[in-house]
Design a protein around this ligand. Structure first.
Ligand code: ATP
Length: 270
């Protein structure tokens, strides 16, 4: 399922201009990462897809159909949503959190629970933890559960709002790896919001860098953006020296270690 933002804008009732004239197409099975400073309209844009926000101008299309023609509740349930900080229901057991939407849409409770346990396993959670309440899990585990919950209704589209923002860098990296692996198997169409450019470059097939007012600073693949930052803002945002950083390799015990201009290791050449 492809998504098209067609010249969308959003001015909130108090006059705040969150997005102006944004156009972008996300092909089926691809990941679009929206990245930008705080308040640059990322969440606003993402929420237009499942109609949590209605644009004031322009339209959003899914497989060529304007989302305004679709029933709001059915649309929302058909799209996986991973909100900031997971958004799990604290008074429901983990397994029931995952089974919530399938039960709402008519799957018998027992079957929904069995499917939920299988999904938990798929995202790397021991199904035995399904009996716990969200607060009895670590932050990283809660995020995995949130991903399982978003996948439970077998959506074609997944919206992820800073999905791994609340966890430490190592856990975050593990969660990113797992998302890449899941995506390789499942091939969802994903819109991901993050303020972390490294996350955007890791997870996004296409990256949109936004500045205040939802104005696009640059769109492109990670490679295109690193190779040719559009302007000073992008250059700054992706790390002032990233584009110019002269990397070289040094030989360490027969392996080619890549080091930056200051000689700091950044990786190993395969
Ligand atoms: N319901 C609302 N009413 C008024 N203004 C809003 C509303 N929601 C968001 N805004 C404003 O719109 C702008 C864009 O907000 P949005 O949440 O889309 O940005 P963001 O890039 O996702 O930010 P963050 O990274 O901080 O989550 C901000 O100036 C914000 O204050």
């Amino acid at each position: 399922m492809g998504i098209e933002f067609r010249d969308v804008g959003k001015t909130y009732p108090d006059g705040t201009v969150a997005v102006t004239g944004f156009s972008c197409t996300v092909p089926s099975h691809r990941t679009l990462a929206l990245v930008g400073t705080s308040g640059s309209g990322k969440t606003t844009l993402m929420r237009m897809v499942n109609r949590m926000v209605e644009p004031t101008t322009g339209s959003v299309l899914i497989d060529g159909r304007d989302v305004r023609e679709l029933d709001k509740v059915a649309l929302r349930r058909s799209i996986g949503y991973v909100p900031q900080a997971g958004g799990l229901l604290p008074h429901r057991r983990v397994v029931d959190n995952v089974a919530t939407v399938p039960v709402l849409t008519g799957t018998p409770r027992r079957a929904a629970r069995d499917a939920a346990l299988a999904l938990l396993e798929r995202v790397g959670i021991d199904p035995a933890l399904g009996r716990r309440y969200p607060a009895q899990l670590s932050g990283g585990q809660q995020q995995r559960v949130a991903v399982a919950r978003a996948l439970a209704a077998e959506p074609n589209i997944l919206l992820m709002d800073e999905p791994f923002g609340a966890v430490d860098p190592i856990v975050r990296r593990g969660l990113q790896d797992q998302l890449l692996q899941l995506q390789a198997e499942l091939g969802k169409t994903i819109v991901l919001v993050t303020h972390d450019i490294d996350e955007a470059f890791r997870l996004g097939d296409e990256v949109v860098i936004l500045r205040t007012g939802g104005i696009v600073a640059q769109t492109g693949t990670p490679k295109e953006i690193v190779a040719a930052p559009a302007d000073e803002f992008v250059r700054d945002f992706i790390g002032a020296d990233r584009a110019e950083r002269a990397l070289r390799t040094v030989d360490v015990d027969g392996r080619s270690v890549v080091v930056d201009g200051d000689g700091r290791p950044v990786g190993v050449l395969e």
